[in-house]
Design a protein around this ligand. Sequence first.
Ligand SMILES: Cc1ncc(C[n+]2csc(CCO)c2C)c(N)n1
Length: 226
Amino acid sequence: MTDAAGAAPFDRLIAACADDWRAYVEHPFVRAMGDGTLPEEAFRHYLKQDYLFLVHFARAWGLAVYKSRDILELRQGLEILKAIVDVEMGLHVSWCAEWGISETELAQLQESRATMAYTRYVLDAGASGDLTDLHVALAPCVIGYGEIAAWLLRQPFLKREGNPYMRWIGMYAGDDFMSAAAAEREWLNARLAGVTPERFAQLARIFRDATRLEADFWRMGLTLAD
Ligand SMILES: Cc1ncc(C[n+]2csc(CCO)c2C)c(N)n1
């Protein structure tokens, strides 16, 4: 789906904050996973905070259920919420275990300020807006990670052999995440088609804010910030 200018509405959201989007997708944390130089301590810090992120991310899909206006929206939100709670959280816990992080440790984590800022921003965008505001706030997460994995796979500096982060990259480049990202893109393109310039500007602000907060999340991992 394209607009008069020939670009799909979601691509216009990215174009409206191209520098911030690039800073997120091509972040030094991402590059260091790609060439295998990311310190394991940084990745562990990221994994721990990402567990807390996922808890709030699940709440955001619960909010999407609440904000639904018809049974289709309700079902969409519920399915994603169930997938996160029943599948992804479990995967994340076993991923953490492989990196030496126990469930007890996860249960006692202190939330970093970057995690708090990002997750509460998304929840507030959804609480004070409608379902479209919420989806736009979630888009850098849902769509961004697939873009990041795909970008890494194209880079000449990517270290494929003996890179401890290769599985992480492969997971997000895999069919499950890629098709979830594609479905989200489609949903957003349909929702954004034909919105007024004022409404588009509002949504572009939310998208930019969330993108910047994703980049801060990477930085938090790199600097071990609490
Ligand atoms: C900070 C942070 N941002 C994005 C993701 C990626 N992510 C989390 S859940 C999900 C799928 C949604 O259905 C995706 C792509 C992450 N793990 N951590």
